[in-house]
Design a protein around this ligand. Structure first.
Ligand code: MSP
Length: 522
């Protein structure tokens, strides 16, 4: 079965910021992990291009909506390329095939008797593209997320009969594992408990959208259209625009990874729409937290947005990936602090991991003919570093399976810390000066090099670049976790202790991770 995972489809109202890069980086780590395990992966990302927000942004910029969307979606594409994101698809909801998939899906929902006409009155946030729960008599209500005034709407729309799915949605969200992390489940349960109300799925007088077949003047509500992007994205290049074909290419999704602000759409509305169309449901919805900066939510109005392209330019892929994946528990809010950022990168990557490899490899080369030293007792599974490595492997695999990137990073780092500790305790540089200790030194250096090899492999899904440089330094093959990788579980096999061959040449060492020296604020 295909492992299909998705990022949200990002609004193209503005260029990408670090919030969107954050979700995409995490999904990239997950996609790489699944590929390394030998799964066939379909990693989907994309752009959400219809609706009032986009239409207004384009108008303000004096562009047609299509020209505006072409420009911003190209920026997303470039950014993901520069970050070497291993997505298999980048779907744009203005793709002509998408229009047909949405219309076919709608026909099924309508045939199920789930479309009715109704009057939609309420307070709307254009930035969220969502009706809010504020009472009708509210005076000048604001969106709590965007701090912008809500707009009063009173329209005749088409409604989806969400209320018919109350019991099925209750059963679905009570399934352990459907909504993750568990802390987010309660929020959705409370919402569902209040009783699900039908929601409008069309707009009138909004030309920038997909026309609703058979309902003159209506275009689809942007969320109805966007969620279906996950399905259109499954189509392969030569495929016709056909819903069943798309489904056969990798539905249901194994996980939708999203920000906590759009959990309701993914855990309630979307499954009900799928049930109505007779399609199977995604296995998991993971709602991560928000990134803040020095304690404040990152946002344009506060002027504290971090530009992911800029950050990449100044700090490099490894540094930013490490900070975001290693410091912030995925699921909780996380604060970007510059000092902590450079401290972690320098301590963990440059010192603990980089120096470990560099100094061990230098000693091995100097004393053992530029090659991996001979070893016997260091190869056994009872060696203390073999045991530390086995623990790190178990912890890391379990963590990645559950999208606990921080624990996975910590497991790899812990192995490097143990290896450094072992090296310092054994002090081969002193032993080497004594008589009859050559064998011990050879075993010690072997064990530490072997631990470094496993650190590098455990880093492969998280920091593929650094992992590759470490493995190169060890003269080892680099596992392929890219979008085009052949399905293979070689990585899992390589994760066993004792893989380094004594006598294999060790390339001349050069630092695998440069220190981050940030003089100016980011
Ligand atoms: N277009 C919809 C999603 C449709 S999915 C079928 C949308 N787009 S968005 O661009 O506004 O947001 C995409 C994701 O980025 C959201 O999940 C949101 O939580 C996330 N982030 C936006 N700002 C963020 C931070 N500051 N931190 C972390 N993620 C944040 O919603």
């Amino acid at each position: 079965m295909t492992y299909t995972l998705t990022t949200p489809l990002y609004y193209v109202n503005d260029k990408p910021h670090l919030g969107s890069a954050y979700t995409t980086l995490a999904c990239d780590a997950l996609a790489r992990f699944q590929r390394l395990k030998g799964e066939e992966v379909l990693f989907i990302t994309g752009c959400d291009e219809h609706g009032q927000k986009i239409q207004r942004t384009a108008e303000a910029a004096g562009l047609t909506p299509q020209a505006h969307c072409d420009g911003v979606s190209a920026q997303y594409r470039e950014l993901w390329d520069r970050w070497q994101i291993s997505n298999n698809r980048l779907i744009r909801t203005t793709d002509p095939r998408h229009r047909q998939v949405v219309q076919q899906f709608f026909a099924r929902v309508e045939a199920s008797g789930d479309i009715v006409e109704g009057r939609q009155q309420g307070w709307y946030c254009v930035a969220c593209e969502e009706f809010k729960d504020d009472p009708h008599e509210a005076q000048d209500p604001e969106c709590p997320i965007h701090r912008k005034p809500l707009e009063w709407r009173d329209e005749l729309n088409l409604f989806f009969r969400l209320s018919r799915y109350q019991e099925q949605i209750e059963a679905l969200i009570s399934q352990p594992g459907f909504i993750q992390p568990v802390s987010r489940r309660r929020e959705v349960e409370n919402f569902v408990k209040q009783g699900l109300r039908d929601f409008s799925i069309s707009r009138i007088n909004l030309p920038w959208g997909i026309p609703v077949p058979g309902h003159e003047g209506h275009t689809f509500y942007v969320w109805f259209d966007a969620l279906l992007g996950y399905i259109t994205a499954l189509l392969e290049e030569g495929d016709a625009a056909d819903l069943d074909t798309a489904i056969s290419r990798g539905w249901p999704a194994s996980v939708h990874v999203i920000g906590k602000d759009i959990l309701r759409f993914h855990a309630v509305y979307w499954p009900a729409m799928l049930l109505s169309a007779g399609l199977s449901l995604p296995a998991k919805v993971f709602g991560h937290g928000f990134l803040t900066r020095e304690g404040q939510k990152m946002g344009k109005s506060l002027g504290n947005v971090l530009d992911p392209a800029d950050l990449l330019e100044r700090c490099g892929r490894d540094a930013v990936r490490w900070y975001l994946l290693r410091d912030i528990p995925f699921g909780e809010d996380g604060d970007f602090q510059q000092q902590r950022f450079s401290d972690l990168v320098n301590n963990d990557l440059a010192n603990t991991i980089g120096n470990l490899l560099n100094r061990t490899s230098s000693m091995a080369r100097r004393w053992f003919d530029e090659a991996v030293p001979p070893a016997d007792q260091a190869r056994t599974s009872t060696h203390p570093l073999a045991q530390a490595a086995a623990q790190a492997k178990d912890a890391s695999l379990a963590a990645l399976e559950n999208l606990e990137f921080r624990s996975a990073a910590e497991a790899a780092l812990q192995l490097a810390i143990s290896a450094n500790g072992y090296l310092n305790d054994q002090a081969p540089w002193s032993l080497m000066k004594k008589e009859g200790t050559r064998e011990q030194v050879a075993n010690d250096l072997y064990a530490v090099l072997e631990a470094a090899r496993l650190v590098a492999l455990l880093m492969a899904p998280l920091l593929p670049d650094l992992s590759g440089r470490m493995l190169h330094q060890l003269g080892q093959p680099i596992p392929d976790s890219n979008a085009t990788a052949q399905v293979s579980s070689a990585w899992l096999e390589q994760l066993s202790w004792g893989g380094l061959q004594s006598g294999a040449p060790l390339p001349e060492p050069s630092p695998v991770m440069a220190r981050l020296e940030l003089e100016d604020p980011l």
